[in-house]
Design a protein around this ligand. Structure first.
Ligand code: PRX
Length: 637
């Protein structure tokens, strides 16, 4: 494959950027021409940020799996598409060539069809990091079903909420998943979720941990049995469904500042073009490179840079089932050497946690195959950046600090590896085709350099979200109503003296804990479900490893003197309602919360207390009961 849209110098970057602004349709039309379309688009772009309506490559027909698999078969049939490293280093790894992947995706697509899944149906996928997860995702795309992958760390209640919101009648799961020294009982979590979801018609269960699970007659079937049925049917093919460019490809739920998580919708054509374009440019992909993205496919990073981006480029994507610290903190480095990984893409939280183990786990590794390092998910602190550069990249590998979001589909702001300059802790420059703008509280543009503001994007790019599933108004409200005619990211941002962007974190009530997005309102709702809780307020605070920790202030009735147990009860409740990723790190019992006279909780004050900046609480005179602030500050954990 060739990638004529790959930018190889600063001059080319500048020229591409200029073209993308002056003639966006010409720019993206040229990129999109490198894909396999059953029918070419009629119009590259139609858009209106007020409604919003965003249509890329309208009238174009395609199937993303033909671009990710079929078109590579002649040239890359024997090339590994997916290399899989098991949780247990002793278990044999698996390699799926593009030809193998084709066979498996087609087979499972037929399984889905046999089980009644049709184009447009929603399929919830709740699995661990095994190749079958990627296969299930691609099989859905093959037949035009809309996948909704739910991360294996979410609770039964979270799954039920997502199933109900998406009205998904089909689930693909596994008996259990291995993660480090733990086994996650996925099927049993699904069983609990389905008590609230009688509309689910079929659950397909892959065997992995071989733990006992309940299988309900008429509803639950084994993956392996279904494959055998397909084999006996003797039909080795499953032609790809022809999709409109703007047909939905998937839904992925993510947290916002209010209410329950929303289903971000991505569509077939634009998402394909954008993930591929950003993959090829940011990581400077070269044929033969082994790309190791350490994310879970349950998050957008895994969707875009384990599955769709690399595979559409014909790359070899490495999938890892386990965690970086098991059986020891050298696991990533073992994997890098074992498979001669060229690109390592991970999160600052992983880097910080590995830094904590010192250099012993790193030192016996060559790491000489590495060419590019990447980071994603949260701001990276300079210390972690330098450690990554020095000890992993040996100062020879450019680090790409990639800023983006579930909603953006792919990387929007990042240096291009070895092409445009890196700057520690800065995402640096927008990719050509991306037009960031900083605005002040009133939506007025902040121009010039050495400034800060709220980060917005003023022009569409192909990978952007189209709607939030089942509730378009929520999409408008959340992203397009804060500032007129702009997409609002929710992030604060600095622009340095030469125009590099540095993302400073969320300016809304969304936390970023170990790179996972969690809404404070969601955590509060979960805490408030606990029987003893009267009211709660949740804020973030700086955490050495997680980036942000969760600090909960809770008014509690009757701990009966056992605060520790009461805290454990609350934690358990949050795990049950959302999942272990949302457990508060600190729970402080208080007798009241700082509220304005109109009853609004003043989070600004709580944030300062949680951050330990007690001398910077600001004006507290408008509070209903200023005395409560002292009490809370004195009791700080
Ligand atoms: O605050 C930004 C932060 O992660 C948020 C998006 O989270 P999510 O949708 O879960 O997607 C994460 C993976 C793309 C953003 O609003 N974020 C992401 N990347 C960076 C970042 N903050 C600073 N620097 C980054 N490179």
């Amino acid at each position: 494959m060739s990638y004529p849209y790959q930018i190889k110098s600063v001059d080319q970057y500048n020229a591409a950027y200029e073209k993308s602004v002056k003639d966006p349709e010409g720019f993206w039309g040229e990129v999109a021409a490198n894909f396999y379309w059953r029918k070419k688009w009629d119009k590259v772009l139609e858009w209106n940020f007020k409604k919003p309506t965003i249509k890329w490559f309208g009238g174009g027909k395609l199937n993303i799996t033909e671009n990710c698999i079929d078109r590579h078969l002649d040239t890359l049939g024997n090339t590994p598409a997916i290399i899989w490293e098991s949780n247990d280093p002793e278990e044999h790894h698996r390699v799926l060539t593009y030809r193998d992947l084709h066979a498996k995706v087609v087979q499972f697509a037929n399984v889905l069809k046999n089980n009644g899944v049709k184009k447009g149906d929603r399929v919830c996928i709740y699995m661990g990091m095994v190749p079958e997860l990627a296969i299930a995702v691609l099989a859905c795309a093959r037949i035009g079903a809309i996948h909704s992958v739910v991360f294996g760390g979410f609770s039964a209640q979270s799954i039920a909420d997502r199933l109900q919101d998406a009205k998904a009648e089909f689930v693909v799961t596994m008996d259990g998943a291995f993660r480090g020294n733990k086994e996650i009982p996925l099927k049993s979590v699904i069983d609990d979720a389905l008590v609230q979801c009688p509309f689910v018609k079929r659950v397909i269960v892959l065997t992995r941990t071989r733990t006992a699970v309940s299988m309900i007659k008429g509803r639950d079937v084994w993956w392996e049995d279904e494959i055998r049925i397909v084999e006996t049917q003797g039909n080795p093919d499953c032609p790809a469904e022809e999709m409109d460019a703007e047909d939905m490809l998937f839904i992925l739920y993510t947290s916002g500042s209010t209410g329950k998580p929303k289903g971000v919708v991505h569509t077939c054509g634009g998402y394909m073009v954008y993930t591929n374009y950003s993959f090829v440019n940011v990581f400077q992909y070269q044929p033969g490179d082994v790309h190791f993205c350490t994310a879970d496919i349950g998050w957008i990073t895994g969707h875009s840079y384990i599955v769709y981006g690399p595979l559409s480029a014909g790359a070899t994507s490495l999938m890892f089932e386990g965690i970086p610290t098991w059986p020891n903190a050298g696991r990533f480095w073992d994997i890098v050497d074992k498979y001669k990984v060229n690109v390592l893409y991970t999160a600052p939280t992983a880097i910080r946690s590995l830094m904590g183990f010192g250099l012993d786990p790193v030192k016996d590794h060559k790491l000489d195959s590495l060419k590019v390092l990447g980071t994603v998910g949260e701001p990276i602190n300079e210390e972690a950046w330098h450690w990554y550069d020095e000890h992993i990249g040996k100062k020879k590998c450019p680090i790409v600090d990639t800023w983006w979001q579930t909603e953006t589909g792919g990387i929007l702001i990042s240096n291009l590896a070895g092409v445009t300059p890196a700057k520690p802790a800065h995402a640096t420059l927008p990719l050509p085709g991306v037009q960031p703008i900083l605005v002040d509280e009133n939506g007025k543009e902040v121009t010039g350099n050495s400034v800060s503001g709220n980060l917005c994007i003023k022009f569409p790019w192909p990978g952007m979200l189209r709607t939030t599933y089942g509730d378009h108004e929520r999409c408008r409200q959340n992203y397009f109503a804060t500032y007129d005619n702009l997409y609002f990211t929710g992030d604060g941002c600095l622009r340095d003296e030469v125009g590099n962007y540095r993302i400073t974190g969320r300016v809304d009530d969304v936390l970023n804990v170990s790179g996972h997005r969690i809404g404070t309102a969601e955590v509060e709702n979960a805490i408030n479900m606990h029987a003893g809780v009267v009211e709660s307020a949740v804020v973030g605070y700086p955490h050495d490893i997680k980036g942000q920790g969760i600090y909960a202030f809770v008014i509690y009735q009757g701990t009966h003197g056992d605060d520790t147990l009461a805290r454990q009860d609350i934690t358990k409740t949050v795990s049950r309602i959302i999942g272990a990723i949302a457990k508060p790190d600190k729970i402080q019992f208080v007798s009241g919360l700082p509220k304005t006279r109109s009853g609004k909780i003043m989070r600004r004050i709580l944030r300062k207390i949680a951050e330990g900046e007690i001398d910077k609480l600001g004006d507290t005179s408008t509070l209903l009961d200023p005395a409560v602030v002292n009490e809370i500050a004195n009791g700080r954990l």
